[in-house]
Design a protein around this ligand. Structure first.
Ligand code: SF4
Ligand code: SF4
Length: 407
């Protein structure tokens, strides 16, 4: 793995084309907070020119993992995999205190177990707790700012009459999605059924492992990935409405390449994964007839745009809805700061990015902001709430599915 990581870092020719694409470089102006600087730190650590130190770890911790640098890079540097492999290497050095390690594991375990997350958010709501518990947040981050807890969706989705199915698909309910975004999941299933799909929800499907892998807990990520692959054995598409999960599942081939029992299965599984917008676009989207006049701005989730290269499909689907005025946001594909658990581990930088995103949204004056990732959805909705704005923030699948309800 170490050589593989090194080979990836030497592909960087230090041209600097990625700098202005990198949100943390744009905010701080520091080379060590840029893709080029981080790659150089990792390469220097492998060459033993510097140690795998707390300082190196801090510069990798502050990276969003948004992969905007990959889109900008003319040399095809796979920064996302460099980041994950370097984080795994750093975690194995145990540079964090045991309390910090406890806090990170607790966070990942809470977010990736739907029953636990559902129960804890219900208790927090009942007690009026709006921030992460101090005991947890002070070990997750050195920032003073505590992070805001997401509020679970409660809206019911109406039943409709669906055409006879002609094909089967799996739908990944997700871990945090299942607990917090029930309405969005129901709208996604509704869209699939309208497009003649028999939707199979595997009871044994759990978390995809993305959150664990992104924070350097790759063994936990691999364990979850193997289990998810086993839970969906049929050779049919695996649909997700979470950009982070989709991006992680499409990279299972890399995650499990050294696992002789799963390496091949992982590649086959990865090839079956489709984001909901990608799937609807490719399988012939049939728009509703009724008109829904509104201005919609689309925010690119990083793991959809930079991670999966899915940019045009959601825009084209939205533009097909009668009455929709689709507007482009300034910096539409700049990270909003949510980035998995980043808004919990780096709340200060995450906030700055959210405010920047919100300013561009307000300038565009949409009725609705659509996006394809639950983290972005909750984080931007938080800004809308704090700014007491009438702008609604919805998953792209919800905007699409709601448009049929008038037919
Ligand atoms: S654009 Fe690519 S090659 Fe150039 S500095 Fe950034 S990562 Fe390195
Ligand atoms: S992943 Fe995002 S935050 Fe990290 S170095 Fe690349 S552009 Fe910057």
């Amino acid at each position: 793995m170490r050589n593989d990581l090194y080979d990836r870092t030497v592909k960087c020719i230090r041209c600097g084309f990625c700098l202005e694409a990198c949100p943390t470089f744009v905010l701080t102006g520091q080379e060590t907070e840029s893709p080029r600087g981080r790659i150089y730190l990792v390469r220097s650590a492998i060459e033993n020119q510097i140690g795998w130190s707390e300082e190196v770890q801090a510069h990798l911790d502050s990276c969003l993992g948004c992969r905007a640098c990959e889109t900008a890079c003319p040399s095809g540097v796979q920064y996302g995999s460099i980041l994950e492999m370097a984080r795994e290497s750093l975690e194995s050095k145990r540079l964090r205190t045991w309390k910090q390690r406890w806090a990170r594991k607790t966070l990942i375990k809470t977010l990736t177990r739907p029953n636990r997350l559902r129960m804890q958010t219900a208790v927090a709501l009942k007690l009026g707790i709006k921030k992460t518990p101090f005991a947890l947040s002070r070990h997750l981050s050195s920032d003073e700012q505590e992070a805001t807890l997401p509020i679970p969706e409660t809206g019911k989705w109406p039943q409709s009459e669906y055409p006879k199915p002609t094909r089967q698909v799996y739908f990944l309910q997700g871990c945090a999605m299942r607990a917090l975004f029930k309405t969005t999941n129901a709208a996604t299933v509704d869209l699939l059924r309208r497009h003649r799909c028999e939707v199979i929800i595997s009871r044994s499907a759990g978390c995809c492992g993305a959150l664990a892998t992104h924070v350097g807990l790759a063994d936990e990520g691999r364990k979850l990935a193997r289990s998810l692959i086993d839970s969906m054995p049929k050779d049919i598409p695996v649909i997700t409405n979470s950009a982070g999960c989709g991006s992680a599942m499409k990279e299972y081939g890399h995650l499990l390449e050294n696992d002789r029992h799963y390496a091949e299965k992982a590649v086959r599984f990865a090839n079956r994964v489709k984001d909901i917008s990608e799937f609807l676009y490719e399988s012939g989207f049939v728009p509703p007839k009724a008109s829904t006049p509104m201005r919609v701005a689309y925010h690119d989730a990083c793991h959809l745009a930079h991670g999966q290269g899915v940019r045009s499909q959601p825009r084209e689907l939205l533009a097909l809805l009668p009455g929709i005025d689709l507007i482009e946001l300034e910096e539409a594909d700049r990270c909003c700061g949510s980035a998995g658990v980043y808004n919990l581990t780096q709340p200060k930088l995450a906030r700055e990015l959210l405010e920047r995103k919100w300013n561009f949204i307000e300038e565009a004056k949409p009725d609705v902001v659509a996006t394809g990732n639950p983290g972005c959805l909750a984080w931007i909705a938080q800004a809308a709430k704090e700014h007491r704005s009438a702008i609604q923030v919805k998953h792209t699948a919800v905007v699409l599915a709601e448009a049929y309800l008038k037919d």
